[in-house]
Design a protein around this ligand. Sequence first.
Ligand SMILES: Nc1ncnc2c1ncn2[C@@H]1O[C@H](COP(=O)(O)OP(=O)(O)OP(=O)(O)O)[C@@H](O)[C@H]1O
Length: 296
Amino acid sequence: MEASIEVDGLRKRFGAVAALDGMSFTVAPGRVTGFVGPSGAGKSTTLRVVLGLDVAQEGRALVGGRPYRSLGEPSRHVGALLDAGALQPGRTARNHLLWLAHAQGAGARRVDEVAELVGLGAAIRRRAGSLSHGSRQRLGLAAALLGDPPILVLDEPFTGLDPQEAAWLGGVLRGLAGEGRAVLVASRLMSRVQDTAGHLVVAGRGRVVADLGVDELVADASRGRFTVRTGAREAAMAVLAGAGATVAACGPEVLTVSGLAGRERVEQVLNGAAVPYTEIVAHRATLEEAYMELTR
Ligand SMILES: Nc1ncnc2c1ncn2[C@@H]1O[C@H](COP(=O)(O)OP(=O)(O)OP(=O)(O)O)[C@@H](O)[C@H]1O
C-alpha cells in the first residue's frame, strides 16, 4: 500500500523540552490509524508539522508524497480537524462552511453535501457559538471534508462526545476509510480509539514506541501471562516471585503471573512448593492494559 502520510525522523525542541525525538511512522490509505499516547507524547506537535503549521528542526513530513506547504490546493489533499472550538461564534454553521468553501473554490452544493454526510441537521442554521460540543465536532468534520480529500487528520475528535455520538463518529470515520481514505486519529483515550482504528501508532516521549494492529498489541501483551486461581494466595505469590516471576494479585483468590517460561513452569513452581491451586489459564490482556504497559 502506498503511504499517504510519511513522518520520518522528526525532531523538535521547545527550549529544554524535546517534543519530538525521532518521530517516524507512515499512514496507509483505506484504514483508520489511531495515533495514541499519553499527554505530552508529541502527537499534536507531529500533526502540526504534518499540516505545515509548525516546522521541525530535523526530519521530514510528507502528505501524499509532498510537503504540505508545497501542495497547490491543500484542502483537496488533506482535511484536518484540530480544534473544533475555533469558530466565529456569531456566524451560522452554514455560513461558516460557505465561507470556507468559497475560499477553496467549492460551492453551496458541496456545503449541503458535507452537512448531510456528518448529520448536522437543524444545527446548520444555528450560530456557531450556540452549538453543542457534538455539533461543533460535526461542523469541524464537515469543514475537513469540503475538499473531498483522500487524507484526514483529526486531533482528539472524541473529546466531549457522549457515548452515542462517539460511536457515531467512529462509524463515520470507518466509513470514510472504507472509501479508501487514510484517516489518522490522534487521541489520549485508547478506549475511544480502539473501537474505531484497526491500526495503532503508539507514541511516548516524542517517538513511536509501537506501530502495530490492535489485535497484535493485545496478543503481545497477553503472551507469557497466566491467571492462577488459588485459596493460598500469599503462599503462591511468595513462591512464584521467588522463582523470578512478576506476580500481581487481582482478587482474593486470583493472581496474574508473567516472566516464567510457560504454563508448565508455573505449575512446576507451585507443585514443587506444594501450594494448592484450582486453575492456571492463559491471561487475555485488555487493550487498555496493553496500552498502559507500553506507555508507562
Ligand atoms: N508551543 C510550545 N511551547 C513549548 N512547549 C511546547 C509547545 N508545544 C508543545 N510543547 C511541549 O512539547 C511536548 C509535546 O507536546 P504535544 O502537545 O505535542 O503532546 P501531545 O501528545 O499532543 O499531548 P496532549 O495529548 O496533551 O495534547 C510537551 O512537553 C509540551 O509541553
